[in-house]
Design a protein around this ligand. Structure first.
Ligand SMILES: [Zn+2]
Length: 275
């Protein structure tokens, strides 16, 4: 059987203008010797005879301005073989010595193979908003290269820093267009808003603590009434019982944003979107 030939072509991407370069989005950064060199995922398809490598590294593009041919020593080019060729080509152009190349080659190739599996699994999954980065980080001599897979953004084809379940592939600038599955609100998201107030009502004869908690992310408030104490003198126990019963059923009406909210003592209420 004839050995196959395969081309390797480099494509230059102007660095994306994004708002943040933190977390997974560090891939977009070109500061401090950072750049990405990513293999187009389509290059992994069996029928493709070109490996397309996408980079925002100008030095590499200068060297590889047109596609070049490499001879394959095997008739079939599987994923591992394609990733090997990608990595070999990339390593040849990085300012690293041959010992370093040999030292890291197998390790990085395995990380890339593992990464590909994790990406495929993440895209197939249905639940939650978990994310998987599309790259691994390789640092050497104060330079950092992000090696991995170019997965085009479904909206604009820019580089995706990560992929999400339900086949979501979105770059940083298009994330607002993405459908986010709301995760159930955890019970303890409310942070202390430091608004604790001791309320004393001489007229009703009670005192209680009013506490306002805030969930900044969801812009929700929780108001808690606690420590109810009755500060009233009763002539008879019957009067006291009657008073307590009345207090239990009594409601307090408070106004929030002009809307009346019925409050009961010793209970917690949530108010969405109070500004
Ligand atoms: Zn996009």
């Amino acid at each position: 059987m004839l050995n196959k030939e395969i081309f390797i072509g480099y494509t230059f991407f102007h660095p994306e203008k994004v708002q943040r370069y933190t977390g997974a989005d560090t891939i977009y950064s070109t500061r401090k010797g950072k750049s990405y060199i990513l293999l187009h995922v389509d290059s992994l398809q069996k029928e493709k005879d070109i490996l397309t490598i996408v980079t925002n590294n100008r030095h590499i593009i200068k060297k590889y301005d047109k596609p070049f041919l490499i001879n394959s020593d095997r008739p079939m080019m599987n994923t591992k073989y394609r990733i090997s060729k990608y990595l070999t080509s990339v390593f040849c152009e990085l300012p690293i010595d041959i010992e370093t190349r040999n030292k890291y080659f197998l390790r990085i190739r395995q990380l890339l193979l593992d990464k590909l599996v994790v990406i495929e699994n993440r895209l197939k999954k249905q639940e939650k908003n978990r994310q998987t980065t599309t790259y691994i980080k390789f640092s050497h001599s104060r330079r950092t290269w992000y090696l991995g897979f170019y997965i085009p953004c479904s909206f604009c084809s820019d580089v995706c820093a990560y992929v999400m379940s339900r086949n979501r592939k979105v770059c940083q600038n298009c994330r607002s267009k993405m459908i986010i599955t709301p995760t159930p609100l955890p019970q303890n998201v409310f942070k202390d808003f430091s608004k604790v107030k001791q309320v004393i009502s001489k007229r009703v004869g009670v005192s209680y603590t009013k506490k306002v908690l805030m969930d900044g992310g969801a812009r929700k408030y929780a108001v808690t009434y606690s420590n109810l104490q009755i500060n009233k003198q009763f002539k008879t126990s019957k009067e006291q019982e009657r008073y307590k019963k009345g207090l239990k059923t009594a409601s307090r009406v408070i106004k929030i944003n002009g809307r009346s909210q019925i409050m009961e003592l010793d209970q917690r209420y949530l108010f969405p979107n109070i500004s």
